[in-house]
Design a protein around this ligand. Structure first.
Ligand code: UD1
Length: 424
């Protein structure tokens, strides 16, 4: 087991280039299955979730060549349509392969997806959308087998603007026979990015960026090269770290417009925020103890649920009482219990947490409950006197290339102790 050690109370200063977006790249890797040729992705982050997705694609018969951020996926010949349980257990996004496998091969077998343990996270919207397109599902002992002789254009109304379900439906509809209208779609930037990749592959999609997507099916897609955007959640994490540590941080390689709500929230907390849209840079300076946070998560363009744990860490250091309401996932306060170990005064009331801030926090030994919760605990450790340890940080490696490297670059005193060292 690896442990991240962090010494608190070091202000962050400097500039950092942000890794490619995890949530954009994973569906793009799934999209590569739709083309019987080579798809090239640039700026691919070297994170555990991408490694697992690459392994699944190899298992399905793709040739995946990945070096220095450039990933070449040759999906000319698929040899399997079954995603083994071991992979599904490790990564929820594997369910995004259902749509492309059905569209291309007419069948797909998977089990219930894993990933972060936040909320129930069912996949009923995915299944319903694919059924509307003509697939039939059989479920036995946790295994889901889907079949479709052919997919046909239809209309699909999502009960909630689910990111994954919108992506899965899109990935299936681009090769369906006829026109598909998707209603109440998620509008996260990663969906727009996926639409742009699919369009570059020859798909016909109208309404990109909006809640209604119209997909005119085409018989086949062709090879393309694509560079996804920088990771807005990663950028938001480092900017929140600037707020917590009272630092001055510039993140480069992200679109400021994708972080509007988090940036407005940081301003309300007392940070000076400046953006250079063309240069894709955001600067956050914080000189004092933050004012309390009042925020509510929601589907884009509302406040991203993925940054909620990180802002919870910031709330622990605020002057006064903060209130954070989570409306996307019902059990996404796992990090809150661990944060109490730093001496944070947190009370959870159903979907809302009330936090009475203090400064500094006290050092603690905690466990990362999930990916973003783990990063949030590292940030809480940066506000604590002394050295704190964050165990189970494998979760963090699912989404951050190297959190210790990046925060060290900005001046944090942070390091990883791998199993052998940690045990000695
Ligand atoms: C994606 C992101 C994740 C982010 C989330 C919300 C990726 C790889 N992951 O996850 O980082 O936190 O969007 O922005 O891009 N729901 C159902 N049935 C379904 C699908 C979803 O009830 O079939 C519910 C979920 O339980 C949740 C809500 O819908 O309450 C939103 O989930 P969804 O947008 O689908 O999240 P993910 O695609 O899993």
């Amino acid at each position: 087991m690896s442990v991240i050690q962090v010494q608190g109370l070091c202000p962050l200063n400097g500039r950092i280039r942000i890794q490619g977006s995890k949530n954009a790249v994973l569906p793009m890797m799934a999209a590569a299955l739709l083309c019987r040729d080579v798809t090239v992705l640039h700026h691919v982050p070297d994170i555990a979730d991408v490694r697992i997705m690459a392994d699944i694609l190899r298992h399905l018969g793709c040739l995946v060549n990945w070096r220095q951020g450039r990933m070449e996926i040759d999906a000319s010949d698929l040899t399997r349509t079954e995603i083994p349980r071991e992979y599904v257990g490790k990564m929820r996004s594997s369910c995004l392969l259902l749509g492309p496998l059905l569209a291309r091969e007419g069948e797909a077998v998977t089990s219930y997806p894993g990933g972060c343990v936040i909320g129930k996270r069912p996949i009923d919207f995915h299944i319903h959308a694919l059924e509307r397109l003509g697939a039939s599902f059989r479920e036995q002992n946790g295994t889901i087998a889907a079949r479709a002789r052919k997919l046909f254009g239809t209309w699909i109304l999502f009960p909630y603007p689910s990111v994954g379900a919108t992506e899965n439906a899109l990935l299936a509809a681009v090769l369906a026979d006829g026109t598909t209208v998707l209603l109440n779609c998620a509008m996260e930037p990663e969906i727009e990015e996926l639409c742009r990749l699919l369009t570059a592959m020859g798909a016909r999609i109208k309404g990109i960026g909006g809640p209604e997507l119209v997909v005119e099916g085409v018989p086949e897609l062709h090879s393309c090269e694509f560079t996804p955007a920088g990771d807005r959640i990663c950028a938001g994490t480092y900017l929140a770290a600037a707020v917590i540590s009272r630092g001055d941080v510039v993140v480069a390689g992200v679109r400021p417009g994708e972080l509007l709500e988090p940036l407005k929230t940081m301003e309300r907390m007392g940070a000076a925020v400046s953006v250079r849209e063309k240069e894709k840079e955001i600067r956050v300076q914080m000189k004092k103890r933050p004012s309390p946070v009042f925020l509510e998560t929601g589907p884009y363009p509302r406040f991203p649920t993925d940054l909620q744990p990180v802002f919870l860490a910031a709330a622990c250091t605020c002057r006064g009482e903060s209130r954070i309401r989570e409306t996307v996932f019902e059990a996404r306060f796992a990090a809150a219990d661990e944060m109490k170990r730093f001496g944070a005064r947190i009370r959870t009331d159903r979907d809302t947490v009330h936090v009475k801030g203090r400064w500094p926090l006290g050092s603690a030994s905690v466990r990362a409950p999930d990916l973003r919760g783990g990063a949030a605990l590292v940030l809480a450790g940066m506000a604590a006197e002394g050295i704190s340890g964050i165990e189970d940080c494998g979760h963090i490696e699912r989404g951050y290339e190297d959190l210790c490297r990046d925060l060290s670059l900005l001046g944090a005193k942070i390091w990883m102790e791998r199993e052998s060292l940690a045990g000695s």
